[in-house]
Design a protein around this ligand. Structure first.
Ligand SMILES: Nc1ncnc2c1ncn2[C@@H]1O[C@H](COP(=O)(O)OP(=O)(O)O)[C@@H](O)[C@H]1O
Ligand SMILES: CC(=O)N[C@@H](CCC(=O)OP(=O)(O)O)C(=O)O
Length: 276
């Protein structure tokens, strides 16, 4: 199968969370949906997570699993496992699932060809900085490699790792990596698939979803958010503040969630839009 060269399509960055991918049939459906987006005339770019898969491997190896403010405390030893699990396993599985439908997917790590450059990011606990090790905050994205793949009609599948400027490698939260890539690619939309229906207004007390938020409204809520939702909503905020027209958090457990959101504009999750 020869893929057509397609430089003009609109770019949609889809973040597929580790929690949404623990179910094999859902992962296969996700892969089909991504290819469907491509057939519908879009340029999907996938950024994958893998937090639960990394934690399971750390457990098996008897290494510590610890998060601060939604980010994994990453030692040199942890980073080895993060890299192995993300680029060696999770990315490979996703690439394989997409390529069951044709020669679309090409996997790369944010480390490749300087695609993502990061600096060390301190964790913030109760407003105070804490050392969380080799966790990076993306400060520069070189999108040319991903763009070239898109122009060749491929579907890039990107692992959330980044290079530092002094030879080190950083573990980057996948939501923040997806956000940075969406901005650099000039994506029209960032979609994050996770294992809840969206942003709950009063989690864990209630499951009432906030359907729509402006950037300013989200900024006000951010300090009160916890665990995995914190980097996710920070990623949405950064994206819409930097030109992405909308950022959505959707329930990846719902079949065809991404297709319904992007093609049918039916998105029961949370949508973040720029300030008026
Ligand atoms: N306000 C909130 N609304 C919804 N989920 C929340 C909220 N605060 C924390 N969470 C937690 O965040 C989790 C999603 O983040 P995370 O586990 O990192 O998922 P993913 O692997 O998809 O990135 C939810 O399963 C939930 O436990
Ligand atoms: C720094 C940091 O926390 N990195 C994440 C990278 C994977 C990720 O973000 O996966 P999910 O999207 O499934 O949570 C981690 O080590 O778990």
């Amino acid at each position: 199968m020869t893929l057509p060269r397609e430089p003009q399509r609109r770019v949609v960055v889809v973040k597929f969370g580790g929690n949404a991918m623990v179910d094999a049939p859902l992962q296969e459906m996700f892969a089909r949906d991504v290819v469907e987006l491509w057939h519908a005339g879009l340029h999907p770019v996938v950024v994958h997570g893998g937090g639960p898969q990394i934690s399971a491997m750390l457990d098996r190896l008897g290494l510590e699993v610890r998060f601060e403010a939604g980010l994994r405390v990453t030692t040199e030893e942890t980073l080895d496992v993060v890299r192995m699990v993300l680029t060696g396993r999770v990315q490979r599985e996703l690439v394989g699932a997409i390529n069951a439908h044709g020669p679309f997917a090409v996997g790369l790590s944010g480390e490749d060809a300087h695609t993502m450059t990061a600096v060390r990011r301190p964790g913030l606990v109760n407003g105070l900085p804490v050392d969380i090790g080799l966790v990076g905050d993306v400060v520069d994205v070189a999108p040319d490699t991903v763009r070239s793949l898109l122009e060749l009609g491929r579907i890039p599948v990107v692992s959330p790792l980044a290079r530092g400027t002094e030879g080190q490698v950083y573990n980057v939260n996948a939501d923040l990596a997806a956000s940075a890539l969406a901005v650099a690619l000039g994506a029209e939309r960032l979609v994050m698939l996770t294992d809840v229906e969206g942003l709950y207004a009063d989690w864990p007390c209630s499951t009432e979803v906030i359907a729509r938020l402006t950037a300013a409204e989200l900024e006000g809520l951010l300090p009160g958010l916890a665990s995995g939702m914190l980097p996710k909503m920070e990623g949405c905020l950064r994206a819409v503040r930097a030109g992405v027209a909308r950022a959505q958090v959707l329930d990846g457990r719902v079949p065809h969630a991404v297709l319904r959101a992007v093609l049918d504009e039916k998105s029961p999750g949370t949508t973040v839009v720029p300030d008026a």
